[in-house]
Design a protein around this ligand. Sequence first.
Ligand code: NAD
Length: 346
Amino acid sequence: MSSSSLESHRIAVIGAGSWGTALGAWLANNGHTVRIWDVDQKIIEDINHHHQNSQYFKDIELPNGLQGCNTLESAIESCSAVVVAVPSRVFHLAVNSVSDHLHLMDSGTKPIVIWGTKGFDSETGDLLSEVTARILKDRATTATIAGPSFAYEVIRGMPTGFHLASTNAEDIESVANMFRNKTSLVYTTDDIVGVQVGGATKNVIAIAAGIADGLGFGTNTRALLITRGFAEMNRLNVALGGRTETLMGLSGMGDLLLTCSGDLSRNRRLGLGLGSGKQLDSILEEIGQEVEGLQSARETYHVGKKLDVFMPMTERVYRILYEQLPPMQAAMELLAIGPSIPDRNR
Ligand SMILES: NC(=O)c1ccc[n+]([C@@H]2O[C@H](COP(=O)([O-])OP(=O)(O)OC[C@H]3O[C@@H](n4cnc5c(N)ncnc54)[C@H](O)[C@@H]3O)[C@@H](O)[C@H]2O)c1
């Protein structure tokens, strides 16, 4: 594969929600030919007839190089790369569909499958790299892109930084070059575990930070939660085989800071609602879009429990969401645990 950043690819994007649309527009603006597909055909019609995705971005005109497709087959045909941007609960379904149609892709090169989805597999609790490895085996070069990146800002071309992780060392720079441009910094790493753990767990801490703000606590408390939240994210990261230095980078600490402090975060907004005494159903109705942290909290809690990792904040967020633990009681319980844990300095 050539490593020229000017090389133009045919790329399919699976999922035309916030992130898929932002990724598709970004790649099309980089000069690639991009075809996007979604199970929701209303979005595809909107993209093709009005050059917009009014469900997610009312005021954005999408580039001509981004074309909607009515079927996954037509999106994927002759492409050299596929970017999956669906919620984690359906990730395995999307990758299975991609796998079934891999033979339609450009036969001149090894297919590239990249995912922007963050989270654990909803059925097994596996990392998404384990899902892709199981389904695709060695038939594709695989990579994931993650970082502090609200779709709302990426689609407006605001400067943003990312980690692109792949264990395919010889292809990683070429894949990163598909995304690089004047405003997008893409750092490469082979630590695919560390990059994914950051993206999968930061939502849980963002819910906790939102709850604290909703309870009326201040910025001291938020900083406490972010710092101790990072510590428990990293205990899980290390237990899964990821590197601490990766988690300290864009896809870990970077994304954690963004999600815990930016009001564009659906997870933070969920926490704010819970902390201020609203019922879960009414908060979700108010947000009106899928809040992935709800599932991340359950998955992260179970993965941590399976590996016997001490994750007191994740456990409290899980119990608030699934066992009706009152938020103030959760805060009191966390304070009562105090710093008397064996790894308090980490
Ligand atoms: N929104 C962001 O700012 C952002 C940024 C970075 C990463 N992400 C990650 O990207 C993933 C998607 O998030 P989002 O915000 O775009 O979600 P979203 O709810 O905005 O959109 C998801 C889209 O996926 C479609 N979809 C569902 N099942 C599908 C399937 N089987 N095949 C094809 N399409 C399907 C839905 O119709 C919907 O249009 C998540 O894992 C999220 O963590 C989001």
